[in-house]
Design a binder for this molecule. Structure first.
Ligand code: MLT
Length: 263
């Protein structure tokens, strides 16, 4: 593990001479959700993952996060590690961070992979749900929040699997301040939909077949707005495709990178 400014826990694997890929995880998870991808892709790519502030091993500090702060953190990692036009790969909240980062500095990236995410900002109903989430954490603790929210991220058939149990266990030890900070940051984020049609770099859009949070028709619409995009459905997966069907996710990413992420 290397610590970047703000003590962000950052992890590297692979040969630094290869094309870099930065992986940004979803909420309320940590960098380990990408282990299956990094194990495979680090044979050919330089893989970087990190824990978003407030989650995993990264500190929460004051806990009043914004999406722009998350973008600054990501840019700091890229600058500190001197990564040359990395591929940016984000899932769900990681996708919100990736899209906003690309909107701010597209020329710093050679390609993007957007998994189980969306470009729209929170609507009224979702903002209210975020507020109820914070209220629930304050009144009943993180356990109640995680046990109510995390199952909805997975397909029914993933629930008996060991990766699901491990993910729940890691989410349960998340920092209370960190989780609430992420909810505030997501509720306050900007909408990147208008930017989609301006994106010039190649983008792979991946969606779990059974994703209830960012369903296939929403992600297909998003992919259709991006000029150089490919849309792939991951069979049997819910909202966390890289964990639920790593074989299909890895193959999809490897195929895309071999065609679109050149030196
Ligand atoms: C995630 O997986 O990152 C979250 O579901 C995102 C969200 O709640 O909008």
């Amino acid at each position: 593990m290397v610590k970047i400014k703000n003590n962000l826990a950052t992890f590297i694997k692979g040969d630094p001479k290869n094309i870099p890929i930065v992986f940004v995880h979803g909420f309320p998870f940590d960098h380990k959700m990408w282990n299956n991808q990094i194990e495979e892709l680090s044979k050919e790519y330089f893989c970087i993952s990190y824990d978003i502030r407030g989650l995993g091993e990264s500190p929460s500090n004051e806990g009043q996060f914004t999406m722009e702060m998350f973008v600054d953190d990501l840019q700091e990692i890229i600058e500190t590690l001197k990564l040359d036009r990395p591929v940016l790969c984000g899932l769900s909240m990681g996708g919100y961070i990736a899209l906003r980062t690309i909107e701010k500095s597209e020329s710093s990236f050679r390609a993007a992979i957007l998994c189980d995410t969306k470009s729209e900002a929170d609507n009224k109903e979702t903002k209210v749900k975020r507020a109820e989430g914070i209220k629930k954490i304050n009144g009943q603790g993180i356990e109640k929040y995680v046990n109510d929210f995390v199952p909805s991220c997975f397909a029914e058939e993933s629930l008996p699997k060991s990766f699901y149990k491990e993910t729940i266990e890691r989410s349960l030890i998340s920092s209370l301040i960190g989780v609430k900070g992420c909810l505030l940051a997501m509720a306050g984020r900007t909408d990147t939909t208008e930017y989609l049609s301006k994106i010039k770099i190649p983008v792979l859009v991946i969606c779990g077949e059974k994703d209830k949070l960012s369903p296939p028709h929403v992600m297909k619409e998003m992919a259709d707005k991006i000029s150089d995009s490919e849309f792939q459905i991951i069979p049997g997966a819910g909202h966390i495709s890289p964990l639920e069907n790593p074989e299909a996710t890895n193959k999809t990413i490897k195929d895309f990178l071999s065609r679109k992420a050149r030196k």
